[in-house]
Design a protein around this ligand. Structure first.
Ligand code: TRP
Length: 447
């Protein structure tokens, strides 16, 4: 790949695709998708999710990454370079959004790490889901434990970043992403072999018109954005590391495909087993931590399978956390001329400070409320309901209107793109995406 004005570059196209898929495939695919699907009527959530990802998510991801590559900058500077300096404040908001996502994401990363260690030790493999629920409650409210785990997760993330883009992020993604895939397939095959597993598959894919509601549609759309890591700076930054000799639309098609596949595999890893044991698919966020241990407790070699399952979660969460932290690390380097190590140190310190109240939101700080929400919930709310919609809208306006010729150039670079595809991208980014983002944002703020 070519030089990038002293900026880091990917070593290969495959490295770029796997690192970006690593960002997209995270707790979203394995933790959030199964429970969202479970509580939104299965296929009534999954089918719209796939359609919306193809129609809107793919195009927005292409535009976000193209803005990064065109400007050769992350979201802190990219809008400014392509439009004018005033736009940098919108970009800064995206940087902040990504950073705040990581502040609470690391807490859940820590939970996954804890459950992986527990599984290794053979703890917590019992069938009584109310006891499992109690255990989960005790763990998350134990400040010392959850902070230790969260800091370990953050240390892992920062540890990869120290080695840089090619030797750190790219190398780790090339190992972990195929490993994740293999581990997921092992669990799916095992789950499908259970009696009654097919009911779980039917629940995911059987078309049931009556289950469609506007709520499930909106949730599907919000999840599509979340699952592609859109509008939080990370993907723009990854795009800015890509050499001009690689086709952007083709790479983005791969990344989106891998993200959708991972979510479907995440669902297939959980739903068939949950149905086979007659457990509740709509258990909500506790599905992974409360319902699944009961599944493993009843399976032969359940402990090994549990270790593999929680390792999947750790791997998925880690590669996503890496992409967000890399974005904010690169931001301080670009903005203040810091060294990489200096920037990693600053980011780590700030993430520790913000992460601790997030972890304590489930324990000693659970009654410290801001606008009726805990610290964890307020960060989640602000990033998904304010930061991401504004960032997404900015991407659509800049890409669709203010810098459309540059986006068109990115579309055709190293690729013979048929005319229909260009028209599709153009209509989606100019009209459909902004309209849809406004609708989700309003629904999120009012609902
Ligand atoms: N896509 C991630 C997941 O599925 C979550 C996420 C949202 C994210 N925005 C992001 C990850 C920005 C990295 C960067 O878990």
């Amino acid at each position: 790949m070519q030089e990038n004005n002293g900026r880091s570059t990917w070593g290969s196209r495959l490295g770029f695709i796997l690192a970006s898929a690593g960002s997209a495939v995270g707790l979203g695919a394995i933790w959030k998708f199964p429970y969202m699907a479970g509580s939104n009527g299965g296929s009534a959530f999954i089918l719209p999710y796939i359609v919306l990802t193809v129609l809107i998510g793919f195009v927005l991801l292409f535009i976000e990454m193209s803005i990064g590559r065109e400007a050769r900058a992350g979201s802190g500077q990219a809008f400014g370079r392509l439009v004018n300096k005033r736009w940098n404040c919108v970009g800064l908001l995206s940087v902040l959004t990504g950073f705040l996502i990581l502040a609470f994401y690391q807490v859940i990363g820590g939970w996954c790490l804890n459950y992986m260690f527990d599984a290794c030790m053979g703890h917590g493999l019992i069938t009584d889901t109310s006891k499992l629920g109690e255990y989960f409650g005790q763990f998350v409210s134990n400040g010392a434990m959850s902070i230790t785990m969260q800091l370990s997760f953050l240390a892992l993330t920062a540890g990869v970043l120290i080695f840089g883009v090619q030797k750190g992020i790219e190398r780790v993604s090339k190992i972990l992403m195929p490993l994740l895939f293999v581990m997921m397939v092992v669990l799916i095959v095992r789950g499908l072999m259970l009696d009654g597993a097919w009911k779980g598959v039917e629940f995911m894919f059987k078309f049931d018109a009556s289950a469609f509601t506007s709520g499930s549609l909106l949730n599907a759309l919000g999840f599509s954005f979340f699952s592609l890591s859109l509008a939080s700076g990370a993907m723009m930054n990854y795009g800015s590391y890509l050499g001009d000799d690689v086709s952007m639309p083709r790479s983005v098609a791969w990344i989106s495909f891998l993200a959708v596949m991972a979510a479907l595999l995440g669902g297939l890893m959980i739903m068939p087993a949950v149905f086979a044991f007659g457990l509740d698919p709509s258990a909500g966020p506790g599905l992974t931590f409360v319902t699944m241990p009961a599944v493993f407790a009843q399976l032969p070699m359940g402990q090994l399978l549990a270790v593999i399952f929680y390792a999947c979660l750790v791997v998925a969460a880690l590669t996503s956390a890496i992409s967000i932290m890399e974005m904010s690390v690169q931001y301080l380097i670009d903005r203040f001329g810091m060294s990489r190590t200096g920037s990693i140190t600053w980011n780590t310190v700030l993430l520790v400070l913000l992460g601790i109240p997030c972890a304590l939101s489930f324990g000693s700080m659970s009654d410290v409320l801001f606008f009726g929400k805990t610290f964890f919930d307020i960060l989640d709310y602000m990033t998904s309901n304010i930061g991401m919609p504004i960032g997404g809208l900015a991407i659509a306006i800049v890409g669709g209107y203010l810098a459309w010729p540059a986006m068109r150039k990115q579309l055709h670079m190293n690729e013979t793109v048929p005319a229909w595809l260009e028209s599709f991208v153009k209509i989606s980014i100019k009209f459909i995406s902004p309209a849809v983002i406004v609708v989700i944002a309003l629904a999120g703020l009012l609902g």
